[in-house]
Design a protein around this ligand. Sequence first.
Ligand SMILES: *Cc1c(COP(=O)(O)O)cnc(C)c1O
Length: 378
Amino acid sequence: MRFQTLAVHAGHKPDPAYGAVMTPIYQTSTFAFRGVNQPGPFDYSRSGNPTRKALEDCLAALEGGTHGFAFATGMAAEATVLAMLNSGDHVLVHDDLYGGTYRLLTKVVANHGVSADFVNMRDLDALRRSIRPNTRLLWTETPTNPLMNLLDLSAIAQVAKDAGVLTLCDNTFLSPYFQRPLDLGIDIVVHSTTKYINGHSDVVGGAVVVKNSKLAELVGFHQNAMGTCAGPQDCFLVLRGIKTLAVRMDAHHRNALGLAQWLQQHPQISAVLHPGLESHPQYALARKQMSGCGGTFSFRVRGGREQAFRLLGAVKLFTLAESLGGVESLIEHPATMTHISMPAEVRQAIGITDDLIRISVGIEHLDDLIADLQQALA
Ligand SMILES: *Cc1c(COP(=O)(O)O)cnc(C)c1O
């Protein structure tokens, strides 16, 4: 079945108890045994819950995987995967990625004997040279936040296969509707379902999807052992959000590309970083590995920090806030908001300068979004 159909149907049928069309919220900690030594399909909600199972099976279907896992947050999903490594193991991480992942690796996981090196994975030779005998995992994220750089996932998967190393992709920015890393040879997909997958800015959640039963067993074991799973109420909300993922992503893509094209010709904008524009240095790779660009991108305002702050203060429809992927449009200043924990020299070196603005374009009418930026830039 096609993506749109799977988004509505995968993982759930009308409920066997009363025929409820939407999977009920099984708000229970435990499940009655059918008899002595006869558990039902579920015994305790940390180990498994029917609402969570419906979401997990739907996530697996959408990513083209065999097993999905739902977590309390995106960070809980990431922490659980990293807990599968042992002391002495090494991880190679793309050097331009979500700040929370950087913090988890350098401030938490590093204290448990798992080391990480950050390399620019757009340079495949540098990547090959950085692999050590104890390297277990290559960690990627594409497009990157907020600079919208892309990584060639199939090329990286091939480098990893040659070296006998696992690969992971944080697919939060595009969702499986626009990019399917497992199809490109990646072993593990992680998501912050807080963003596009849920899409309504009313829940935090995370996911892991794999397509190999050995890996699935490991993830499932750690999810249960660590207790990082999502609760049934949150799973219900994410499952409801997923049903409209395809139509929302199409709307996000159209609006964001329309705004990017409009900004590109505005005299006060010096650069637009959007992989759907031919001016993007990796436009060809975007066409090859993504079927759309989602709703988040960045641009640079002439006049530096002063003009950037003026714009942020003058918007009326865009909300000044962190996060992304919801139906409403958000605007933010990476240098002083989402990326403030990054050392100033590092920010400067990679291009997160004071003139940079990131927007998460919602599904409002494009003309209203353009009008808001137009009045704010005037
Ligand atoms: C938000 C985000 C995360 C973290 O997810 P939470 O749900 O906030 O824990 C991880 N990766 C990316 C790319 C994100 O945008």
